[in-house]
Design a protein around this ligand. Structure first.
Ligand code: ADP
Length: 475
């Protein structure tokens, strides 16, 4: 009996110590004191009344104690089976302490749980109130959760589509390609097939090794404003083209009669002609930019890079007029894209190198194959660009030195055109520069844009290009 009670006490101690952080001595000490007291009383009874009476008393008290322990253990067991609905029972002796602690622990865990539920609810309400759509997806792009805005944007339903792949639900090929590409440095702008009047921008943020947040934003309004701005610039440029052609025509006819006008009028006429030419270049660049921004890419050509670089290099020599040392290195290659657009982009880089390199400087034009594609590279020994200007170079009308740009016939739109052309060819512009030492501009195109070069089968064409163009110096 004593052993059974000791066993029960040990069970209580284990539970109390593990779950309620009760110190063992708070159970052990009263139990030892109680048993010692009982032994003492039994010994006194045995001594005064008789051994049998002492034993009967001891066994009876132990049996009662055992029954009490069994009762409270049962009460604890039945409370533990349904802790949320049942009241914690009241205890007696050591059980009073156990149940009191259990009560406190239960209250504390209920409060923590309620707080967690409240926090989660508030978090969901906050995310639901955001103007952006949020979709939580796992590594397989299966929807774990989304807010009502995302449901509206992507025509999905959390209740019906939870666990399904987002790319199976939003079947837009551009979205599928974007989501499966794993490259999320730029946002995807698209019109959902289910709602073509809306323009959405979609970004993906990886926030755990196997989870991502997809954020959708309705940019219909800003796209509309942007389109209005583009149309306005395009229309104004277009409208200015005709009167300017007329003015240039008259200026030309005046300069034909130059000798009759006298030196001052001739000087004024030259200035007018220069400014009209500047305006003409500006209008052409603005029209080119608005075409690049609003029209879908031209029909794609197979471009012979050797031929293209030869044209650009010839243009560079004309522009330089022998003031620079120009060398060209070409490896035969083919590119898929718009010939006119790439010709304009490469031409802008080369003309910049000439305009920002003082007389006697060197300019090197190369086609550089790389593991991930190839780059058209222009290296000059010119004035260079300070690091603080680098991030803004491709902005419209951003010039490091306004006067130098104007004097050399710049419009401030050249690099903006280069950037747009490269974007339309999934490429990018890389710039390295040091003030006073020169610059390297690389127009990189991805591998997917490269096509096998169609030279003569014996390769004679290729050799000819290399010997004629490679390292050719034009003084
Ligand atoms: P711009 O018509 O003024 O040359 P761009 O858009 O072509 O306009 O270039 C923007 C600015 O970048 C230029 O005004 C110039 O300050 C700087 N820049 C471009 N290319 C070079 C270069 N090769 N060397 C030094 N500065 C350059």
């Amino acid at each position: 009996m004593a052993l059974a009670i000791a066993f029960l006490q040990i069970s209580i101690i284990e539970i109390a110590v593990a779950e309620l952080h009760l110190r063992p001595w708070r159970i052990v000490l009263p139990a030892i004191v109680g048993l010692a007291g009982l032994l003492l009383v039994c010994a006194i009874v045995a001594f005064t009344v008789g051994v049998i009476a002492g034993l009967v008393l001891g066994v009876s008290v132990l049996a009662i104690l055992y029954a009490i322990q069994i009762y409270f253990l049962g009460a604890l067991g039945s409370w533990l089976s349904h802790p949320s609905v049942r009241e914690i029972p009241d205890g007696f002796g050591v059980w009073a302490d156990v149940f009191a602690r259990l009560h406190r622990w239960h209250r504390a865990s209920e409060i923590t749980q309620r707080r967690l539920i409240d926090n989660e609810e508030r978090f969901r309400r906050t995310i639901s109130a955001l103007p952006d759509g949020i979709v939580l997806v796992d590594a397989a792009l299966q929807i774990e959760w989304c807010n009502p805005v995302a449901e509206r944007h992507l025509s999905i339903s959390l209740r019906a589509d939870q666990g399904l792949r987002l790319t199976n639900l939003v079947r837009d090929p551009r979205l599928v390609a974007y989501m499966t590409s794993g490259r999320f440095d730029a946002d995807l702008v698209f019109r959902p097939l289910t709602n073509p009047t809306t323009v959405l921008s979609l970004a993906v943020i990886a926030f755990e090794p196997a989870r991502s947040i997809v954020i959708t934003r309705d940019i219909t309004q800003s796209e509309r404003v942007d389109a209005m701005r583009r149309d306005f610039v395009a229309n104004v440029s277009h409208e200015l083209r005709t009167p300017l052609t007329v003015i240039k025509g008259f200026l030309e006819s005046f300069s034909d009669a130059g000798d009759e006008l006298g030196p001052i009028r001739q000087h004024h006429l030259r200035l007018m002609d220069e400014q009209a030419e500047r305006m003409h270049r500006l209008i052409e660049d603005l029209l080119m930019l608005s075409r690049l921004e609003s029209e879908s890419p031209d029909q794609e050509d197979k471009i012979d890079i050797v031929q293209l670089i030869r044209e650009v290099a010839d243009e560079a020599r004309t522009l330089s007029g022998g003031r620079h040392k120009i060398s060209v290195g070409v490896t035969p290659a083919g590119v898929r894209g718009s010939r006119d657009e790439l010709r304009s982009a490469f031409g802008n880089l080369v003309s910049n190198a000439i305009r920002y390199t003082p007389e006697g400087g060197t300019i090197r034009i190369d086609w550089v194959p790389r593991p991930d594609g190839a780059a058209f590279q222009v290296v000059d020994s010119g004035i260079g660009i300070a690091p603080e200007h680098m991030p803004r170079l491709t902005e419209r009308f951003y010039r490091v030195e306004k006067s130098r740009s104007r004097e050399t016939g710049g419009t401030g739109l050249g690099l903006a055109i280069v950037k747009h052309v490269l974007l339309r060819h999934e490429g990018r512009l890389d710039v390295e520069s040091e003030v006073g030492r020169g610059s390297t501009f690389s127009a990189w195109l991805p591998k997917s844009r490269l096509v096998p070069h169609e030279g003569r089968p014996d390769g004679a064409d290729d050799k000819a290009e290399n010997t004629v163009e490679n390292n050719q110096d034009v003084g």
